[in-house]
Design a protein around this ligand. Structure first.
Ligand code: ADP
Ligand code: ADP
Length: 219
């Protein structure tokens, strides 16, 4: 089921206006300068912000349509979210965090094993490393069998080695989940390494030129 979005929203200094389709099993990276509108786009997809006009659809399900006044609240969208600041509950163990919103038919032990964190299942987030917390956050997001994975700078707070390890795992696994993945990052290397498609956003608009300028400035 693809994510199809064609949305407009008036922001402080410009109008966000983005069209985007993300197919199952593919990762679309959203890149662009600070203030470009990336977080607003994430919030629109998650249902935390309403667009002024346009539509957000997952296959045949309309999540948001300004004309029809349809608006599906965030908890009904069935998303998996991973943000930079991990989404774990501090008072719960890794296992309980993952089990929290898990679907009944999910094998939590197998999932923890798949992300190499079975040995810390009974630890609380404060007692594990940043990389382990992000692994747990991915398990938590996937345990609910999401229809879409929405990643906002998921590796940005990690040291380089951990970032590269997690990046490699995401690249190896993303095709198997068979859901669209939207990945916001300021890290172009990461975008080129992971993405099936890169969407550069500048001043709220799709801007392939911004990407070209960044690449031209590099060497
Ligand atoms: P261009 O470089 O002419 O913008 P693209 O192929 O990059 O060509 O984009 C064509 C159109 O598709 C643009 O209007 C753009 O907003 C939209 N678009 C951008 N990203 C995506 C995406 N991931 N899937 C589908 N359409 C997209
Ligand atoms: P990015 O994530 O790319 O850094 P943001 O989406 O956070 O960009 O912000 C884009 C711009 O829109 C910023 O100038 C911000 O101040 C402005 N903005 C964000 N949310 C709103 C809002 N609800 N209304 C008006 N302006 C907003």
């Amino acid at each position: 089921m693809s994510l199809c979005l064609d949305v407009q929203k008036q922001l402080a200094n410009f109008t966000l206006d983005i069209k985007l389709t993300c197919e199952p099993g593919t990762l679309t990276a959203i890149v662009g300068p600070s203030g470009a509108g990336k977080s607003t786009l994430v919030r629109i997809i998650a249902g935390l912000t309403r667009p002024d006009s346009g539509q957000v659809k997952l296959h045949d399900t309309v999540w948001s349509d300004s004309t029809a006044k349809t608006f599906l609240p965030p908890q009904k969208r069935g998303l998996g979210l991973v943000f930079q600041d991990y989404t774990l509950f501090p008072h719960l163990t890794v296992r309980k965090n993952v089990a929290f919103a898990a679907r009944e038919d999910v094998d939590i032990d197998a999932l923890l094993k798949q992300f190499s964190i079975a040995h810390i299942a009974e630890q609380k987030p404060a007692n594990i490393s940043g990389g382990e917390r992000q692994r747990a956050a991915f398990c938590q997001a996937l345990a609910r069998k999401p229809v879409l994975l929405l990643l906002d700078e998921p590796f940005s707070a990690l040291d380089i080695a951990t970032r590269e390890a997690l990046r490699t795992e995401l690249k190896n696994q993303k095709g198997h989940w068979d859901i669209p993945i939207v990945h916001v990052t300021h890290d172009l290397e990461e975008a080129f390494y992971l993405a099936d498609r890169i969407v550069a956003v500048e001043n709220g608009h799709h801007s392939p030129f911004w990407l070209k300028r960044q690449l031209a400035h590099r060497d």
